[in-house]
Design a protein around this ligand. Structure first.
Ligand code: UFG
Length: 344
């Protein structure tokens, strides 16, 4: 059945891939984005890839002055639900500017909630993060694992999860999935959309990709003395297209379930990859040298985390299908074709 979904942050890295999968599944999409960390060109390319028109509302969701406009647009679109990805996401910046992180991330979520409530569209997928597990669990970590984020960014995710649970408890019509992403990497196979970080990338894959394409001299590996198989940090990297399909599966589940409420669901592959293994795989995929040096550990990093994915399999009938080599090949394809991201 065709539905109408609002996608906040729909021009961003994960959001653009979610839009492609939703439009390809026959749904109508309204992107809400202020392009503070994304580019309008991404919306154009979503349409190019899918051949489907995407509606766009350019607005800062976190500014309460925009609430009437958001309510009006979501109502006029006749939304049936939403995927909420808009927000600030740089861990280090969140430590320096905690008030800004709580203000923007929490207010954006509340504004969207009011607009959905007003439209009677009580179906929501929230972009949460494995960061909510902190360093408190043995991997594979499942959704009942202890939570306790290590920085304001992570805590803003946790707080929003909790707000959504309270809302779903108070009003049984709400159906909400908090999707806890592990580490999204890769790009659409067309090479037309992908991750386009501002400035120096914080995350491993965009940094490696910029080294491979010659934009940066070398990678700094943050620590090789962790208690892992080769001493470098282990993460559960998931292809962004698999991740995006997980959102479609979650919305299908929310449409079918008889039970209201808010549920937490991990989206990962279930396997761990070390930094050195990721570098080796990217080298194979790109056929480029990836020089690196060993640097001190990065503050706040943990040794190892990967997902228990059984809940997503059981509930959503979804699992990640793409390999580490697919992730590297697609990430490289995007980077090589768009060395300056959407600005090229
Ligand atoms: N790393 C390096 N060098 C770099 C960048 C990263 O060695 O230049 C290492 C990190 O130390 C870590 C691994 O590569 O071991 C992955 O680091 P990322 O920054 O790519 O990812 P994180 O797991 O630290 O963080 C990501 C997201 C967060 C999210 C978190 C959830 O960036 O937003 O996953 O676990 F909260």
């Amino acid at each position: 059945m065709t539905e109408k979904f609002v996608v906040t942050g729909g021009a961003g890295y994960i959001g653009s891939h979610v839009c492609v999968e939703l439009a390809s599944a026959g749904h109508d999409v309204l992107v809400i984005d202020d392009f503070s960390n994304s580019h309008p060109e991404a919306v154009r390319r979503i349409q190019e890839i899918t051949g489907v028109d995407i509606s766009l509302l350019e607005v800062d969701l976190a500014n309460p002055a925009n609430l009437p406009k958001v309510i009006e647009s979501v109502g006029a679109f006749d939304a049936t639900g939403a995927v909420h990805l808009a927000g600030l996401k740089a861990v280090g910046e969140s430590v320096e500017q905690p008030a800004r992180y709580y203000d923007v991330n929490i207010n954006a979520a509340l504004t969207l909630l009011r607009a959905l409530e007003n439209a009677g569209a009580k179906k929501l997928v929230f972009s949460s993060s494995a960061t909510v597990y902190g360093d408190l669990n043995e991997s594979p970590v499942n959704e009942t694992g202890a939570t306790g984020a290590a920085n304001p960014y992570g805590r803003s995710k946790l707080f929003i999860e909790e707000i959504l649970k309270d809302i779903a408890t108070a009003d049984k019509d709400w159906r909400i999935a908090n999707l806890r992403y592990f580490n999204p990497v890769g790009a659409h196979s067309s090479g037309r959309i992908g991750e386009d970080p501002n400035g120096v990338p914080n995350n491993l894959f965009p940094f490696i990709a910029q080294v491979a394409v010659g934009k940066r001299d070398k990678l700094r590996i943050f620590g090789d003395d962790y208690p892992t198989r080769d001493g470098t940090g282990v993460r559960d990297y998931i292809h962004v297209v698999d991740l995006a399909r997980g959102h479609v599966a979650a919305l299908d589940y929310l449409a079918e379930t008889k039970q209201g409420g808010a549920i937490d669901i991990n989206l990962g592959t279930g396997g761990g990859v070390s930094v050195k293994e990721a570098v080796a795989a990217f080298k194979r995929a790109s056929n480029r040298d990836i020089p690196f040096e060993i640097a001190p550990r990065r503050e706040g990093d943990i040794a190892e985390i990967y997902a228990d994915t059984s809940l997503a399999k059981d509930l959503l009938n979804w699992r990640a299908t793409k390999t580490l080599d697919d992730m590297c090949a697609d990430h490289w394809h995007w980077q090589r074709n768009n060395p300056n991201g959407f600005k090229s």
